[in-house]
Design a binder for this molecule. Structure first.
Ligand code: PMV
Length: 306
């Protein structure tokens, strides 16, 4: 069985598409598992469980998400004859919610194929293949999703540069709230690109400011300074609002988390729905969790940054 976890972006989403750094961590509470079985005929078949079938994407996009990673991997392994394999997919990652479901699916599928045909695939090669699939889904992805999902480590990421692993000085609690609605990432990324081209000086300045916040956040993570991290989350959320990727419900949930004692709260990922994160102390965790649910969060998943 092959597996890939989801991911959370802690700082720097959107600005990362425009060359600024961002920080992301694996999110092990959700995952895609793929089992493969060699058969005698039938070529490649993919069986997905109910979670996947319920996904709100058209059949065509779903089949592309499943087919392309396998095709790319077969080409990489220089296999011309289609092998007979049945893949069974079980995913607990909600789609289009900012958890990197697409990259995790591609990663688990390629790992599973490699196992089935007895080939090794290193992280770098896998990362390159998954990034190719991401380009089909997102248009101009920064590459942060595939990188954190393939390497399964907290990363400081700049588009096109070698991955930098980061150290988290002490374990910290984070609440992850999912919203009942989501916007495809290519739409929010496209809208931010339009804003940027209409006003390069102002929006470019915001990207740079977010980049600076990311540098400070990297240091605060290293030092385990939760108070500073919380403040940096606030500042990052403010700039994401200016980039128009927050929305009313995300703002409400961030305010509710802060009122209930969170140290910081912000959207995570593409925005306009999807998910948000709140940094909490053990004393306030239950209060913040209740406040998020009372204000419309669909689900709240606690996790530990470490
Ligand atoms: O895949 P999502 O929705 O978590 O968004 C990824 C983060 C963005 O910065 C918005 C896009 C990107 O390619 O980095």
């Amino acid at each position: 069985m092959a597996q890939a976890f989801g991911k959370l972006i802690l700082f720097g989403e959107h600005a990362v598409v425009h060359g600024q750094p961002a920080i992301a961590v694996p999110f092990r509470a959700v995952s895609v598992k793929v089992t493969s079985q060699i058969t005698t005929n039938g070529g490649i078949r993919i069986v997905s469980d109910q979670t996947l079938e319920e996904l709100p994407i058209s059949d065509e996009r779903l089949s592309q998400a499943l087919r392309v990673p396998i095709e790319l991997a077969l080409r990489h392994f220089q296999i011309d004859t289609i092998p007979n394999i049945v893949f069974h997919i079980h995913s607990t990652i909600p789609m289009a919610s900012g958890f990197g479901s697409g990259a995790a699916l591609s990663t688990a599928l390629i790992r599973s194929l490699a196992e089935a045909i007895g080939k090794n695939i290193d992280h770098e090669t896998l990362n390159t293949l998954v990034y190719e699939v991401e380009k089909l889904h997102h248009g101009t992805p920064s590459g942060i999703d595939n990188t954190v999902i393939v390497y399964e480590t907290p990363v400081y990421f700049i588009k096109g540069q070698p991955i930098q692993h980061i150290t988290i000085g002490q374990p910290m609690r984070l609440l992850v709230a999912t919203l009942p609605h989501a916007t495809p990432t290519y739409i929010t990324v496209g809208d931010v690109a339009k804003l940027y081209s209409n006003n390069p000086t102002r929006i470019g300045g915001i990207f740079k400011t977010i980049g600076q916040l990311v540098e400070w956040a990297r240091q605060a993570l290293l030092e385990g300074d939760m108070v500073v991290l919380g403040q940096l989350m606030q500042a990052n959320q403010y700039h994401l609002q200016t980039l128009t990727v927050s929305d009313q419900m995300l703002d409400t949930l961030c305010d509710a988390a802060l009122d209930a004692g969170a140290l910081g709260a912000k959207l995570s990922g593409g925005g306009r729905g999807g998910n948000m994160i709140a940094l909490v102390t053990p004393e306030r965790e239950t209060y913040v969790q209740e406040a998020l649910l009372a204000n419309g969060a669909q689900r709240v998943i606690p996790t530990t940054l470490q």
